[in-house]
Design a protein around this ligand. Structure first.
Ligand code: ASP
Length: 432
């Protein structure tokens, strides 16, 4: 077992988890799974989340201060945002094309629609309430939210990542601007702290196969066995087709064109982060591992990864934007609402913004979908139509979100001359 690569161990953990979940469902051990298996999955996710905020603070301070001058920072920032926006728009357009061509909502019968609406009505209402609360805020609320009034309260909430990033970049800029001899001890302190946190990630990842085993077993036990799910198969296939185009088409193409690296190299490096994104459905929880893989295995300099990835995890969600476009049109089709070209363009704009606004946590994309639906006048209750299959699709779109962030970090690194040959593998070192 010792020499098996980490992503294989995680895959084995996942497969065993699915198998165990299936056996548990068959024999009615649901309670056992939720009492004695699920907690290990929760502990694993908590450990990852625990590291996320300190990691962002430490590595971003190190990253920004290593840049040495502000013009480098703004150049990298401009590139990062530009490429993120491009991939998100591309994803929405792919989603729209797929859902309009395939038309998965057109074949839904009245009976199925009523069945889905009534079965998931109450669960969907919860999401709609959260989204409406956000919608009532003014147009510049997002900008206001970016600037924390108290850094300590910002760091106590994992949902405030952008506020933390804002503070840290601000701090880093201050550090660049002061006299080098004064900045040196501060930098050295954060350098050391950075090493400690990376080591903590290594340690947490040793438990990854067990963590994903528990997460998958619990997921399978909870899966709705409704036959209505088959009605949603076509919709799910449409989302998956779009996501596959991103993972197997756009990203490898961008990597090949702009960095010259093969997808095999990329996949081998990033696979553990992808598998973790898949099993946790959270880009934020996956962030520590994404950072580690991209830096240690894909050769992206920490200066770049520590800047590009935390921002990406919070704002760049290609999988989510694609899913939101497909879901919005699917629901409109199911309700027999014709969408004009203007409506479709509205989806491009709102899905882009809604994905940027989605938190990097499970089912956040579904909450923000309400905003897309209301912009094109489709009943929000339509959320109930897609509720049953949201979790598996969330797992897949999160994988795309994380892969997109990693891709962009390689591109930016190549652009600013900070893409190296990867260092020695950390986990392998650790095993020795
Ligand atoms: N779970 C996704 C993520 O963390 C967000 C979403 O719900 O689409 O990246």
């Amino acid at each position: 077992m010792k020499n098996i690569a980490l992503h294989w161990k995680i895959l084995i953990g996942m497969a065993l988890g699915v198998l165990f979940g299936w056996i548990a469902s068959t024999f009615g051990w649901q309670e056992f799974v939720s009492d004695f298996i699920k907690p290990f999955g929760t502990i694993f996710i908590n450990l990852l989340k625990l590291i996320a905020v300190p990691l962002i603070i430490v590595s971003l301070i190190k990253g920004v201060s290593d840049l040495k001058d502000i013009s480098k920072l703004s150049k990298m920032g401009g590139q990062t945002i530009g490429i993120y926006l491009f991939t998100t728009l591309f994803a929405v357009i792919i989603g729209l094309l797929a859902v309009n061509i395939i038309g998965p909502g057109k074949s839904i019968s009245d009976e199925t629609r009523k069945g889905l609406l009534s079965e998931f009505e109450s669960k969907a209402q919860g999401k709609i309430d959260i989204a409406l609360q956000q919608k009532d805020e003014g147009p510049l609320q997002a900008l206001i939210d970016l600037v924390p009034s108290n850094i300590f309260s910002a760091v106590t909430d994992n949902g405030n990542m952008l506020q933390v990033i804002f503070f840290v970049i601000f701090f880093g800029i201050g550090l660049i601007l002061i006299a080098p001899e004064k900045a040196e001890p501060v930098k050295k302190f954060f350098d050391g702290l950075n090493e400690v946190i990376l080591k903590m990630i290594d340690l947490v990842m040793l438990a990854a196969p067990i963590g994903v085993f528990a997460l998958m077993a619990d997921l399978i036990v909870q899966a709705p066995s409704s036959e209505l799910i088959s009605a949603l198969l076509k919709y799910s296939m449409t989302v998956l087709l779009g996501l596959s185009i991103m993972i197997f088409g756009l990203y490898p193409l961008m990597i090949k064109l702009f960095t010259g690296k093969s997808y095999r190299f990329f996949f081998n490096g990033i696979a553990p982060a992808q598998l973790l994104a898949f099993s946790t459905s959270s880009s934020a929880a996956t962030l520590p591992v994404t950072m580690e893989r991209v830096t240690e295995h894909l050769g992206v300099d920490e200066e770049v990864s520590s800047f590009v990835l935390p921002i990406g995890a919070t704002v760049n969600m290609d999988g989510t934007s694609l899913y939101q476009a497909v879901a919005a049109v699917f629901i409109a089709q199911a309700f027999d609402i014709d969408l004009t070209l203007m409506d479709q363009l509205t989806i491009v704009a709102t899905a882009t913004l809604a994905s940027i606004g989605s938190a990097a946590v499970p089912s956040a994309g579904m909450v923000m979908l309400v905003i897309v639906l209301s912009a094109i006048g489709v009943p929000e209750a339509g959320l109930s139509l897609i509720f049953a299959v949201d979790r598996p699709l969330d797992m897949c779109r999160t994988t795309v979100n994380v892969t997109g962030d990693a891709t962009v970090s390689m591109l930016v690194a190549a652009n600013v001359g900070k893409l190296h040959n990867p260092k020695e593998k950390k986990w392998d070192d650790f095993k020795k």
